[in-house]
Ligand binder design. Structure first.
Ligand SMILES: Cc1cc2nc3c(=O)[nH]c(=O)nc-3n(C[C@H](O)[C@H](O)[C@H](O)COP(=O)(O)O)c2cc1C
Length: 303
């Protein structure tokens, strides 16, 4: 979510589509202090690409950035009353959490280590998502930034289950009914599946992203920070290969995204996925071009 204006639009869409309880997800990062020199050096790494695509390099330093969850968003969320509000990268302030709770929302967040799970439980979350290393998209890590601390789902899940009292939701690499059953056998109260839904017609997955998911290259994913400044898992593409996949010079999240955004827009308009974040987990075997409801029934089928 970039701004409260976008959030209101999204909430209106949800309200027009369903009266069922729904979940809203936010990033609860802190906005970094801009570092002009670092951003300039980063932008310079993209100069060849902008020349190749005929883009004005000035486009790199402008553009919206992803805003953290704030008071204005909390007021909007309380107006629309989602059943669950979930966070990535920790939690917002105790005041904002209390406001959400008072509106009736359950609050959940992702943990990528046992330490993060204990931190979340001590702040009163209603459930914890155990996000394994396999998972597609941004890693929810917030107490450490060293990716060697990150564990696979079936190593992380039982350790969290044994150490906290709240329900634990397993995420990462789960792509079929056997995977769901395995997670439940290890004590998960539920599962969160992302990658497998990305070819469903309801998903807003772009054309270049869909093509990548259907290609052999989908078998090669990596953690990269080049698109946003934080580690996230995606299908390896040209930008990841040539500037990453992890680059120590990257500006802080979310400011790094400004450099690749104009390249991505231009390249995608030409059908090229070289500069797009092709988020996907390590297990793409469950991706199917079927309605999300059917896929959900398949995932639940043999429990
Ligand atoms: C395309 C994509 C976008 C994602 N965006 C978010 C997000 O905005 N917030 C979040 O908490 N998790 C996000 N995730 C992570 C998922 O919530 C979940 O942890 C992950 O997809 C589970 O692993 P799997 O991809 O192997 O199924 C995203 C995942 C994918 C694949």
């Amino acid at each position: 979510m970039f701004s409260p204006g976008e959030l209101r639009k999204e909430l209106e869409v949800i309200r027009s589509k369903t009266e069922r309880p729904f979940n809203l997800n936010f990033f609860s990062h802190e906005m970094p202090v801009p570092d002009g020199a670092r951003e300039e050096a980063w932008n310079a790494l993209f100069a060849d690409y902008s020349a190749e695509l005929g883009i004005d390099p000035a486009a790199f330093s402008s553009g919206p950035t992803r805003m953290p969850f704030n008071q204005e968003m909390a007021d909007l969320v309380c107006e629309y009353k989602p059943a669950v509000v979930s966070f990535h990268f920790g939690l917002p302030s105790a005041e904002l959490m209390n406001q959400l709770r008072t509106s009736g929302a359950r609050i959940i967040s992702s943990a990528t280590t046992l330490e993060e799970a204990l931190w979340l439980e001590s702040r009163g979350v209603d459930a914890i998502i155990a996000q394994g290393y396999e998972a597609g998209g941004h890693r929810g890590m917030f107490l450490a930034d060293d990716i060697s601390t990150q564990m696979g789902t079936f190593a992380l899940l039982p350790q969290i289950v044994h150490s906290v009292k709240v329900p634990v939701i397993a995420a990462g690499g789960i792509a079929d009914a056997n995977g769901v059953r395995a997670a439940l056998a290890l004590g998960a109260a539920g599962v969160q599946v992302g990658t497998a839904y990305m070819l469903c017609p309801e998903a807003t997955t772009s054309a270049v992203h869909r093509a990548a998911l259907k290609s052999d290259s989908a078998r090669m994913t990596a953690l990269t920070n080049v698109f946003s400044g934080r580690p996230a898992r995606g299908i390896v593409n040209r930008l990841m290969r040539e500037r990453g996949p992890m680059n120590p010079a990257v500006p802080a999240f979310p400011l790094a995204a400004r450099a690749s955004a104009p390249l991505r827009a231009k390249a995608e308009s030409l059908g090229i996925s070289d500069f797009s974040p092709l988020w996907a987990g390590q297990n793409v075997s469950g991706c199917k071009e079927i309605p999300a409801a059917d896929l959900t029934r398949e995932l639940a089928g043999r429990i």
